[in-house]
Design a protein around this ligand. Structure first.
Ligand code: NAD
Ligand code: DAU
Length: 334
């Protein structure tokens, strides 16, 4: 395959590229990334010299640059997006630009060059929230009900991708996955923020009552799910991807990290809640399991331990980013 990966300097994108180059040494990957505040060239350091890898600094909203990149490839995996809910509350416009307009620009080029597969990486947040204390889960037929500018922009992008599949017969697939965690995640997101704060002996800021619940998915399990969809999935289909079978709330996540780090004490600091904070996400991933035989490789305990270990051993990567993330939060958590 000749893959165009958008957003490959971001968290999930760089994990995807590393995995793919190792597993498919004959395939070529073109990483097209704008290198926003969330794009880190340091995350691509270990594979940047691979002969089958090329990097282009570009914006998915720039039709000319996108055209040039798409014409060299046969498969698109579209990760590029503004991805942080808190930032979308402060500055929604860039989310509409990149997530909606950028996706449309990419879709146009994909139609023009008759791309074999356009895979769109989306989120479970498009479905809104579930109630605490229920067994309900999102599935492929759940109605869209986004609550933040981020999730609304991702919902719009999903609709566009489906519309291009129907109107122009573009062979699309979509995956809506839950919260990822693992190596190379920017310390602005919850798990790496908690881990790096605790490594530094600082408390973890907890929004609201901390009983918010996410369906944690290890990034490598997610990457394998995308691989499964690209190699075995059916064009036109949507697949939901999740990692857990039981609810674990944010307070419990912090307790587990404290245990892994062998720290006594609570180290929790309650801070102002996020506006329109979704209470609970839970994903029913039976479709991708039964149709394509994907499932997470290990449970949350094992992967969380591996993640904490990675942050302990890779300060060179996160230390410079941590400062920037905390400057952002200093202004929002007053
Ligand atoms: P990220 O914020 O870590 O990385 C985004 C990448 O996209 C960065 O490298 C950034 O430079 C690049 N980018 C942003 N705007 C761009 C533009 N206009 N043109 C080109 N590149 C641009 O994001 P992530 O966590 O890796 O998420 C990747 C995708 O997965 C996103 O589409 C996100 O919505 C989706 N997703 C993420 C999660 C999660 O938990 N992280 C869960 C579900 C879905
Ligand atoms: O569900 C998938 C989504 O997961 C992705 O689409 C998004 O791109 C990704 O950022 C993530 O969104 P969340 O808003 O769920 O992730 P975040 O890491 O920002 O927050 C996780 C939970 O932790 C949420 O309930 C808010 C809470 N939180 C977060 C931070 C950063 C805290 O309590 N304290 C914090 O400091």
């Amino acid at each position: 395959m000749n893959l165009l990966v958008t957003g490959g300097a971001g968290f999930i994108g760089n994990n995807f590229i590393r995995y793919w180059l190792n597993k498919y040494p004959k395939d070529k990957i073109l990483n097209f990334d704008k290198l926003t505040y969330a794009g880190h060239i340091s995350s691509t350091r270990d594979f940047s010299q691979n002969n089958n890898y090329e990097f282009i600094k570009g914006d998915v909203c720039d039709a000319k640059a996108v055209d040039e990149a798409v014409k060299k490839t046969d498969t698109i995996v579209h990760f590029a997006a503004e991805s942080h809910v808190d930032r979308s509350i402060l500055d929604p416009l860039v989310f509409v630009h990149t997530n909606v307009m950028g996706t449309q620009v990419l879709l146009e080029a994909a139609v023009k060059y008759k791309i074999n597969r356009f895979h769109h990486v989306s989120t479970d947040e498009v479905f809104g929230e579930l109630k605490l204390g229920t067994n309900k889960k999102f599935n492929e037929t759940t109605q869209y009900d986004p609550k933040s500018p981020y999730s609304a922009s991702k919902a719009a992008s999903d609709h566009l991708v489906r519309a291009y599949g129907k109107t122009y017969s573009l062979p699309i697939t979509i995956s809506n996955c839950s919260n990822n965690y693992g190596p190379f995640q920017d310390p602005e997101k919850f798990i790496p923020r908690a881990v790096t704060n605790l490594i530094d002996g600082k408390s973890v800021p907890i929004y609201g009552d901390g009983k918010y619940t996410r369906d944690w998915l290890y990034v490598e399990d997610h990457v394998r799910a995308i691989e499964t969809i690209l190699t075995k999935g059916k064009a036109g289909e949507t697949y939901l991807i999740g990692g857990l079978t039981e609810d674990i709330n944010n307070l419990e996540v912090v307790r587990m990290i404290l245990k892994i780090l062998n720290i006594n004490g609570s180290y929790i600091k309650y801070v102002k809640d996020r506006a329109a904070h979704d209470r609970r996400y839970a994903v029913d991933w039976r479709k991708i399991h039964s149709k394509l035989k994907w499932k997470p490789m290990y449970g949350f305990d094992t992967w969380l331990e591996k993640t904490v270990e990675w942050y302990k051993n890779n300060e060179w990567w996160w230390r410079p980013l941590k400062k920037k993330a905390e400057v952002f939060y200093r202004n929002t958590e007053k």
